[in-house]
Design a protein around this ligand. Structure first.
Ligand code: SF4
Length: 188
């Protein structure tokens, strides 16, 4: 749910939408799938673009029901590559959303790449400007042990650095990653 609701919005807005669903005791696939799309859209309104997101949630829930009888648990036995391809074929699910589901909901070893990750890596000359999602994901997955807990923590730390320091105007002087610039200015 969170992986879809967080598309193009801050997590604080997602939390408000999730709280509204929780208050109505709707945070299960079966209950969500049973309510009319208009009601779902109203409840997730705080997450922004709520009609599109209600439609995307509906598409995901239909896939979950059709392929896994509505159970995320049944997904855990599917090989990672096949499962990722399946998720990417669900309308409204792109690489970041698919990988968030794989890592956070299913505990699979996939590195999630977001705007903060791209910005930090580009400024540190670890990838070229405009590097694609798969290129960056591949770099992390080749360079780190294939451990979901490590990927989870690493991504969370990149988000924290991005929010606090690596903003549109970088605050390198205060940033814990300034050592890695080795005296050079961040690449613009
Ligand atoms: S040192 Fe500067 S460029 Fe590097 S992550 Fe921190 S703020 Fe961004």
């Amino acid at each position: 749910m969170g992986a879809i609701l967080t598309q193009n919005t801050a997590w604080s807005n997602v939390e408000r939408a999730l709280a509204a669903l929780k208050a109505q005791r709707l945070l299960t696939p079966a209950r969500l799938a049973a309510i009319p799309p208009a009601r779902l859209a109203r409840l997730i309104r705080p997450s922004g673009t709520y009609r599109v997101k209600a439609w995307r949630l509906g598409a995901f829930l239909a896939y979950l029901e059709e392929c896994y009888r509505g159970s995320l648990r049944l997904m855990t036995s599917i090989p990672l590559g096949s499962l990722r391809r399946e998720l990417l074929a669900v309308p409204g699910i792109g690489p970041e959303t698919a990988d968030s589901i794989l890592l956070y909901a299913l505990g699979r070893p996939v590195f999630v790449v977001d705007a903060y990750t791209r910005r930090v890596l580009a400024r540190h000359r670890l990838v070229r400007h405009g590097a694609g999602y798969e290129e960056i994901r591949g770099l992390f997955e080749r360079s780190l042990p294939s451990d979901p807990r490590l990927f989870n923590e690493y991504h969370a730390l990149l988000v924290a650095v991005g929010k606090q320091y690596c903003r549109r105007r970088p605050r390198c002087e205060e940033c814990p990653l300034r050592f890695d610039l080795r005296g050079k200015p961040p690449r613009q």
